[in-house]
Design a protein around this ligand. Sequence first.
Ligand SMILES: *Cc1c(COP(=O)(O)O)cnc(C)c1O
Length: 359
Amino acid sequence: MGRIFNFSAGPAILPEPVLAQASDAVREFAGSGMSLLEMSHRDKRYDAIHEQVRAGVVETLGLSTSEYDCLFMGGGASTQFSLVPMNLLTPGHSGAYVDGGEWGAKAIETARFHGDVDVIGSSKVDNHSRLPVIGAVPSNAGYVHLTTNNTIEGTQMSNVPTFDVPLVGDLSSDIFGRVREHAHFDLMYAGAQKNAGPAGVTLVVIRKSLLAQCNSLPPMFSYRVQADKHSVYNTPPVFPIYVVGLVLEWIAAEGGMPAVAARNERKAALIYKAIENNAPIFSAAVPDAADRSLMNITFRLASKELETEFLAEAKANGMDGLPGHRNVGGCRASIYNAFPEAGCKALADLISDFAVRKG
Ligand SMILES: *Cc1c(COP(=O)(O)O)cnc(C)c1O
């Protein structure tokens, strides 16, 4: 069967050259006579890649490895919901959280197990269909936490604000997807499986000066220990890290993150334009264009029946993964970095064609 257009929100599409190289490495890695799946994480040949990917993550974000360290951790972004307060929250302080969507809300719910939380901005009253306005940061705040791209609701921040306390960002669904002031962040984390690689590794990029301020914790939970040990305190997820490295090479070959981000703008515009031109059968779930995500395009049809029919037509035309998140319904087109422009064009055409037939 030919390759379909995979609009899945995550795990998500990977570039075809990456899949080809990854397949090769499963059979035999770099003339070693063994699969990369069989190779020790202490092997010099793997270690070279490990260090290359650690640096590559930081550099692809436009940051310097003299200022930032990259850690590879397990447990997905959801584990970071705990590790952030465990490492950064000290007695007498609270975590200041922005509630921009379901993932931000989960980060808040989890942080409350570890200490005090203040919510400094929320768009919950609007079902998170817009970006929240961020209010004042309490004087006892230890850090601010926000989500750059709200995967489920389809909103995305373009500008990164600055604060007097460390800024923590959950970049799980738009890391490497948009040019922004990453240097405003002191800590960024992302489960790899949306825009950076396969499931199984979580990228944590931390400002080195913040490491000294982190709480002392058991080694596996400690950013400082993980940084000291270059994320080989224990066995790291070797294969997912390798694939993240291949994705970084692919980004570079595509012209670097700015080029990929510019293509993301074009891709998203194709679909948003089709939705807007075909009102009222189609409507964007995020009313304010400035808040709309380039990664996850959420939209609705005029009735549940039309929606079911549209999704079935899309699937019959090789477009998969378009139903919205189970909690919000509607439709969602996730068009991460590796998603081809041709697939966005195909969806835009189907939207227009469907609206003409039903109009
Ligand atoms: C998917 C997602 C998560 C959860 O990631 P896991 O790696 O599955 O724990 C957290 N935050 C955001 C913004 C996400 O999109």
